[in-house]
Write a protein that binds this ligand. Structure first.
Ligand code: HEC
Ligand code: HEC
Length: 303
């Protein structure tokens, strides 16, 4: 989440629109980076994206000459209850379908809207530059391992998320459990090969014991939770080991995760519970709420 910290620094020093607002809204920044960019990625090719990039969405909302308060009110209203009727981007609705509801509270969505308004998302040192440069992350690994690692993690997340969504649409949660079980690890592996880095997911409450966080990873997760509660930025954590750099990035839950990681029998359907019990007798990854820290991306990059 340090990214958050890095991003905010650059935004503070260069963007004129930033001057009035000394600190970015960290809660909003965290939500945008971890939950919005996966679909609204700033780069990537047009055929492969799940939604318009956020800077385009922002531009569209600003076309109506809105002031800050109005902008925040309208974005918050849409996100609370996304629908065809309230959407201002009919072209995007036609192309991608209406955005799914994400289960955030109104206060959290206001934080998101504030962050979007106050941050210049077209600035090169926002996400964009690195997503668009074909070899951005590689050239960048040494000078900024944290940001390079985040980019790898977000690329993987977006592929994993797209495949998970496909499986959910095709056969519901019980079917998708089979997908996660048989495909999640091979998928992260193939992403790693494609990107010439090793990417893993770990958790302090693992479903699959192969994904258990070690004690230093658990300690970092605790640190992230403390910073989140305090509304403070999080320190990046990059380890240097012989010829590799290892960066760590939070994995957050959203509404969609609840059907497999939420309350047993309330949010996780009985047939899904049954499947999970069969595959994972020691499953600890239940009982989460949306917007909770679920785990870490661990990204190992060659120096
Ligand atoms: C699962 C994918 C997905 C995620 C995650 C997601 N969006 Fe979207 N979003 C879409 C799609 C698809 C559209 C285009 C269709 C539409 O306009 O509803 C969209 C459209 C929008 C719009 C424009 C709506 C309009 O038409 O007026 C806004 C604003 C927006 N998203 C903000 C966000 C924010 C902020 C987040 C993070 C809190 C987020 N989105 C997370 C898929 C997503
Ligand atoms: C269809 C059910 C399903 C959904 C939806 C789902 N997961 Fe999972 N998740 C699983 C299964 C099954 C595993 C174990 C996969 C494995 O064996 O590696 C898992 C594993 C994980 C892990 C690896 C650590 C561990 O506990 O083994 C993380 C992190 C994770 N999920 C996060 C999420 C997040 C965040 C979301 C929502 C964006 C989500 N999951 C949605 C079923 C699901």
């Amino acid at each position: 989440m340090v990214t958050l910290y890095l991003l905010s620094c650059s935004a503070d020093s260069t963007s004129p629109s930033k001057k009035a607002f000394e600190t970015p809204n960290y809660e909003g920044q965290r939500i945008v980076q971890n939950n919005c960019v996966a679909c609204h990625s700033p780069g990537g090719d047009a055929d492969n994206r799940a939604a318009p990039p956020l800077f385009a969405v922002k531009k569209h909302y600003l076309m109506d000459d809105q002031d800050r308060e109005e902008f925040i009110a309208q974005i918050t209203a849409f996100l609370l209850n996304p629908s065809k009727e309230t959407a201002k981007m009919p072209g995007a609705v036609k192309k991608f379908g209406v955005m799914p509801p994400l289960g955030y509270t109104e206060a959290q969505l206001k934080d998101v809207a504030e962050y979007l308004f106050d941050t210049d998302m077209e600035e090169p040192d926002w996400f964009q530059e690195h997503f668009e440069e074909e070899h951005g992350a590689q050239t960048n690994t040494l000078s900024n391992p944290h940001e390079a690692g985040l980019e790898y993690a977000m690329n993987t997340k977006s592929i994993l998320g797209k495949n998970l969504m496909k499986a959910l649409n095709k056969g519901g949660a019980a079917y998708a459990v089979d997908f996660c079980t048989t495909r999640a690890i091979p998928l992260t592996d193939s992403m790693s090969t494609a990107q010439e880095v090793k990417i893993r997911r770990v958790s302090d409450r693992p479903r699959n014991p192969m994904n258990s966080a070690d004690s230093s990873q658990v300690a970092y997760m605790d640190k992230i939770r403390t910073a989140m509660t305090a509304g403070e930025p999080m320190e990046p954590w990059v380890i240097e080991q012989n010829d590799v750099l290892i960066s760590h990035h939070p994995i957050m839950t959203n509404d969609m995760c609840m059907q497999c990681h939420g309350e047993p029998d309330e949010q996780i359907a009985p047939e899904v519970m049954q499947k999970l019990a069969g595959y994972y007798p020691d499953d600890e990854a239940k009982g989460y709420q949306p917007n909770e820290l679920r785990g870490l991306w661990v990204v190992e990059m060659k120096k």
